[in-house]
Write a protein that binds this ligand. Structure first.
Ligand code: ATP
Ligand code: MG
Length: 348
């Protein structure tokens, strides 16, 4: 069986370091591993509209922003097909047919959607499109017969929903669809990077993100204001690592060899953590090191982005080509789906 990846992001803002460690960095590795027959990366504009219906400008503007983030991180359009969801109208047709296989109570049980509804203050006025977006996500995944979906932890309920739809479709009609598997980051802290406020998942919608394209000065300010251990008041106090966002970020970004250049008094992160918990290591010093660590990873990405930003129309062309290719694949799957459902009256 072919090995196929489908993954993507909502164009609700530029991408942040949570996306980077949760998904983007891995995608580039998978792309360059040569192990996959097809890789599709979707900019999910239709899904973004389910909770931004009154703000189409925001969604439109962020299509090229997200694409610029992809390309600057090393997504190569020769190896990975980048597509824009709304161009592929077959996806909405698939969603319509799949919605017959999912109950309202099943959708209500989805913990991520529940949390997102609360976060957005929808309460009793949930848009139907938003409530049902896990079905549309199943359409996105299955249209490409994806076997592997690299995601952060918040997406696990969506993948489970997609797997259920596949099983239900295949047993009700015919073996057409492929059950996908989620691929989480190897490092656990990366599958749900907290925001700089330390409270929730870093998210474009919560204003607690460090964006890949933030100016270095902005990144420095965000790092210096980050949540640490509130009881670690004087340098000599013993500090706690539990829920200490600065150390969480170091877990996600720091490599041993970065100490030699930026903080040679330690050989590795464990030594630094031990010093912090013993007492005698101040937050400011840890934050300054984190800033250096982040910039080491982000500087080359930012330099590539500055180059790519000079020709945004060329980036939009890449998206158009990718969307055209993607549409052919989705149309083929839709044909098979309709024929399994016996609604292909006029095809041969
Ligand atoms: P929104 O607030 O609009 O939903 P978002 O920041 O949650 O935006 P998405 O586009 O919904 O971003 O998510 C894209 C991908 O990035 C998903 O695979 C998701 O699991 C992953 N991801 C998002 N936020 C994080 C995070 N803080 N840590 C790790 N992975 C994340
Ligand atoms: Mg999200």
């Amino acid at each position: 069986m072919k090995k196929i990846i489908l993954t993507g992001d909502r164009p609700t803002g530029r991408l942040h370091v949570g996306h980077y460690v949760g998904s983007l960095r891995r995608r580039v590795e998978l792309q360059n591993s040569g192990e996959y027959d097809e890789i599709h990366i979707m900019i999910a504009d239709a899904q973004a509209l389910t909770d931004n219906a009154d703000n189409p400008e925001k969604v439109k503007m962020n299509i090229s922003e997200v694409a610029l983030d992809y390309l600057s991180c090393g997504i190569d359009p020769e190896k990975s097909n980048i597509l824009v969801q709304s161009y592929i109208s077959e996806l909405t047709e698939l969603t319509f047919y799949y919605s017959n296989l999912v109950t309202v109570s099943r959708l209500q049980r989805n913990p991520t959607v529940k949390a997102e509804i609360q976060m957005r203050g929808f309460n009793t006025s949930i848009p139907v499109g938003f409530f049902t977006y896990p079905i549309s996500q199943a359409a996105d995944i299955t249209a490409f017969k994806a076997t592997t979906v690299p995601v952060g932890e918040d997406q696990l309920p969506m993948i489970e929903q997609a797997r259920e739809i596949v099983r239900s479709f295949n047993s009700t009609y015919d073996e057409v669809l492929v059950e996908p598997k989620a691929l989480l980051p190897e490092n656990e802290v990366c599958s749900r990077l907290p925001g700089v406020d330390g409270k929730a998942k870093m998210s474009k919608s919560l204003g607690n993100a460090i964006y890949l394209a933030d100016e270095p000065e902005e990144i420095r300010k965000k790092v210096m204001s980050m949540f640490t251990d509130p009881n670690h008041i004087r340098v000599e106090d013993p500090g706690s690592l539990e829920g200490n966002t600065v150390f969480t970020y170091l877990d996600a970004f720091c490599k041993d060899d970065m100490f030699a250049e930026h903080l040679p008094e330690y050989q590795n992160l464990q030594e630094m953590k031990d010093h912090y918990t013993r007492g005698g290591l101040g937050d400011v010093k840890v934050k300054k090191f984190l800033y250096e660590v982040l910039m080491e990873e982000l500087s080359p990405i930012q330099a590539r982005r500055k180059e790519l930003e000079k020709d945004v129309p060329a980036v939009m062309e890449i998206l158009r080509d990718g969307s055209v290719k993607a549409r052919e694949i989705a149309a083929q799957t839709l044909d098979e789906v309709k024929s399994a459902m016996k609604i292909n009256y006029w095809s041969a």
